[in-house]
Design a protein around this ligand. Structure first.
Ligand code: SAH
Length: 517
């Protein structure tokens, strides 16, 4: 259901704890409709990207000590923008009413009679522990939970916190804004009767790929956090439920958790691999090293595609080739029926899937996704005297055409597209490359390898990356990578994108899981 969003209204929206997937559906709708987005420090950039083009994004970031805007000024800003008739979203980390001062902002709007809507969010007080594998309540272990601000100095006399009641009250205690006062908070709880042996966990940057968890006891968590140099933002969970992490840990034990992965592909193709890697916990940067461009001459391809009925076999060796061919046929007012008289071969499942998108079923897909295997399969089916169309990239390998000709086939090898270096590359990815900061670099074709090497020299990056695990999709890509001077650590055992991800998982599983500090 799409909720209409009204002008002159302020939407107080919870952004969730950090993972951009953890905003609500309503929150996202509001964000997409907003003219003005007023946001805090804990709101990630990837959420802001959901705002409509042209929306004004106003940062009123709250750092622990120096607020960029005072709360009163933020309230005034919301009032001014709403009175000007804008759709205003006030985007706040976690839930707006859990230590978010959302209540104060709403009071200011209510006082002026301005309409507002509250869109709750997933609070870090509950999601933080959950992402560390700690349920805040659990049958038999904890039937109550208290969420507390640790912002106050517990040693001050005027502290509003009743430490006695707190220490002996709820089974689970969750402290927000507590990193700086961790030692004092833990000491105060022990002084008021919580056993020093009570398990406690500090979860930093919960739900993000950089999440860190420190498990200790009330007695030693202060010292352990100081030793580890723990920084905000983090939530502190205290109680028996912390022990459940041992069994229920899930997020930071994902096979590629926290790994920085560089995906080199064409801009069009990168997202499938990136999404798979992210689902395994990786932090992904995309560096398109290839732009798909028209070939020097499209005429041979045109001639072939206009006369498909003359061919016995049409061979596609990439999804890109399929797309270019079908684009052309559509433009000519044709459809899949022009393939009625030919058999179709696809080099692998991604190419076959691209064909299927257009209602075409490949008659032959080899079990090894390389040109040699396509050749062997076609030879086994008998190609002497047959007309074969190879519909491919410019500069594709010659082995297929040569092998078929030697077996007596009449081969047309036509270029549907060419590849080139892209113009705009992500400067952050280039910086990380220069710093050799990637854990993994993936290559899914020989041309990406070659263009990567060119890109490296253009951007002054040492292409002999010392630290990164280099992962290639298949044997040909491996060979090209070695020729380009790269050390290859992982070769996919199945030459597909999911196969590449599985082989990476296995590689890291063999190195053992990340330990808690
Ligand atoms: N309204 C927010 C809390 C704002 S107060 C919410 O409901 O989550 C800011 C505090 O929230 C931080 O000091 C930290 O304790 C906690 N916090 C917010 N996001 C966090 C995250 N991703 N990981 C750990 N703690 C987080």
């Amino acid at each position: 259901m799409h909720i209409p969003v009204a002008v002159g209204t302020v939407y107080i929206v919870g952004a969730g704890p950090g993972d951009p997937g953890l905003i609500t559906v309503r929150g996202r709708e509001c964000l997409a409709a907003a003219d003005v987005v007023v946001y805090d420090r804990l709101v990630g950039d990837r959420l802001l990207a959901l705002a409509k083009p042209g929306a004004r994004l106003i940062y009123v970031g709250k750092q622990a000590d120096h607020h960029t805007l005072k709360q009163g000024q933020i309230n005034d800003l919301l009032v001014t923008e709403a009175e000007a008739g804008h759709v205003v979203v006030r985007l706040k980390g976690g839930d707006p009413f859990v230590f978010g001062r959302g209540g104060e902002e709403v009071e200011a709007l209510a006082a002026r009679g301005l309409p507002f809507v509250v869109v709750p969010g997933i609070t870090s007080a509950i999601a933080g522990p959950a992402y560390a594998g700690i349920p805040v309540t659990h049958r038999g272990l904890a039937t109550s939970v208290t969420i507390v601000t640790a912002h106050e100095d517990p040693t001050k006399d005027e502290s509003q916190l009743d430490w006695q009641r707190l220490a002996q009250g709820a089974d689970t205690l969750v402290f927000l804004m507590g990193v700086e006062r961790l030692d004092a908070v833990a000491a105060e709880l022990v002084r008021h009767g919580r056993p020093a042996a009570t398990p406690a966990a500090l979860v930093r940057w919960a739900s993000r790929p950089e999440q860190e968890t420190l498990v200790a006891t009330l007695g030693d968590i202060g010292a352990r956090a100081a030793e580890a140099g723990s920084q905000p933002p983090a939530v502190l969970v205290v109680g028996e439920v912390v022990r459940l992490r041992e069994r229920l840990r899930w997020f930071d034990s994902l096979p590629l958790f926290g790994k920085r992965v560089l995906v080199t592909r064409t801009r069009e193709q990168a997202s499938a691999l990136s999404a798979l890697l992210a689902a395994k916990g990786a932090r992904v940067w995309e560096l398109p090293t290839i732009a798909i461009v028209p070939p020097a001459s499209f005429e041979p391809a045109q001639r072939a595609l206009d006369n498909l009925a003359e061919y016995d076999w049409v061979v596609f060796t990439s999804a890109n080739g399929v797309e270019r061919a079908l684009d052309y046929l559509m433009m000519r007012g044709k459809d899949a029926r022009v393939f009625a008289n030919c058999l179709i071969a696809a080099i692998g499942p991604a190419t076959a899937a691209a064909l299927a998108q257009h209602g075409l079923r490949a008659d032959y897909v080899p079990s090894d996704f390389v040109a040699e295997a396509v050749l062997a399969g076609l030879l086994a089916r008998g190609v002497a005297g047959k007309r074969v169309l190879l519909a491919r990239a410019a500069q594709a390998r010659v082995i297929l055409a040569e092998g078929l000709r030697q077996a007596g086939a009449d081969v047309d090898d036509v270029a549907l597209y060419d590849t080139a270096l892209p113009r705009d590359v992500d400067p952050e990815a280039v910086r990380l490359l220069r710093e050799d900061a990637f854990d993994v670099i993936t290559f899914t074709s020989s041309s990406t390898v070659r263009n990567f090497a060119d890109l490296c020299s253009r951007e002054h990056v040492q292409s002999t990356l010392a630290r990164a695990t280099v992962a290639c999709i298949g044997p040909i890509t491996v060979r090209t990578a070695r020729e380009a001077g790269l050390r290859v650590d992982v070769q996919a055992s199945e030459y597909t994108v999911p196969g590449l991800v599985r082989s990476l998982e296995k590689h890291f599983a063999a190195l053992g899981p990340a330990r808690d500090r």
